[in-house]
Write a protein of this length. Sequence first.
Length: 143
Amino acid sequence: MKKIMVVMGSKSDMPVAEKVEAILKEFEVPYEIEVASAHRNPPKVEAIAKREDVDIFIAIAGLSAALPGVIASHTVKPVIGVPVSGKVNLDSILSIVQMPPGIPVAAVGLDNGKNAALLAIEMLAMKYPELAGKLREYREKMR
């Protein structure tokens, strides 16, 4: 199974990344976490987006939240954007959901790393049936 790459715009986004990490660990899905700012280190973001050993990207970003879109511009693999709350919440949400036509980014709710991880697992479950079973069990427990 290939991995999920979790990319944060800055270390301050770690509380959201920890929500992603908890779900990925629970489902035993391989992942990696990186800090790479779309504005401060664009070459690093591009290199991450072009990695062949990644199936899905989860990009966590606040403020202008350019990171998910920048990653999406460098890959044809799925990108899930997680807007981070802050002084101007609407800015990060709109930046992720209002991508230009042709460069889609899936979006989850504000600070909702848990749903980002579950959405990534659902995508992987199309290729790995054992994950679909684990998702059914997870949802059954939620009842």
